[in-house]
Ligand binder design. Structure first.
Ligand code: ADP
Length: 168
């Protein structure tokens, strides 16, 4: 089941939330900053040991003080006009996050709209990629949550998920 909600992802009681992190995995602004603030300083202590993360890849940590058991840190591409394999890299973020989740027996997982904040990826194009990946992995999870931060994103995702043939 794929569910679209409007919420602060740090409050969700799921097996794993996904963080739109940066290459250093040392925290930052946006959802990354919110997750680090809510998870507590033990998170940074741990992510410092991970040696960073390539764009398009994903790494796992505990949720520390979060209600979620795990955090999957993935690094989305910075939008550069679409000529630098951004779409492949964004798709890889979702795929690697799902693979990591599946191999750790995670059944419920919540995603923010990766790369669509500071990294500037156009929201609709990013949502098409996200929903196509989610459809591919839907049967392997009990619950996939699209955690939107504003109402416009909720409408966008619901439209795409309600009519996935046009989203492809
Ligand atoms: P990126 O650097 O990958 O663009 P951002 O954190 O700037 O990451 O933005 C990614 C998305 O996360 C944006 O759509 C933003 O509105 C959303 N966002 C920011 N804070 C939260 C939060 N606490 N919970 C869920 N989504 C959030």
């Amino acid at each position: 089941m794929i569910k679209v909600i409007q919420d602060d992802i740090t409050t969700l009681k799921v097996d794993a939330i996904v963080n739109a992190a940066n290459n250093g995995l040392l925290g930052g602004g946006g959802v990354d900053g919110a997750i680090h603030a809510a998870a507590g300083s033990q998170l940074l202590k741990f992510t410092k040991t991970l040696g960073g993360c390539e764009t398009g890849d994903a790494k796992l940590s505990s949720g520390f003080k979060l209600p979620a058991k795990y955090i999957i840190h993935t690094v989305g591409p910075v939008w550069q006009g679409g000529v630098c394999t951004e779409s492949e890299l964004l798709s890889q973020c979702y795929q690697r996050s799902f693979e990591l989740a599946y191999s750790n027996n995670i059944k419920s997982i919540a995603f923010p709209a990766i790369s669509t904040g500071v990294y500037g990826y156009p929201k609709k194009a990013a949502a098409v990629i996200a929903t196509n990946c989610m459809r591919q992995y839907e049967s392997k999870f009990d619950e996939i949550i699209v955690c939107c931060f504003n109402e416009a994103d909720v409408e966008l995702y619901e439209r795409l998920l309600g009519n996935s043939s046009q989203a492809a």
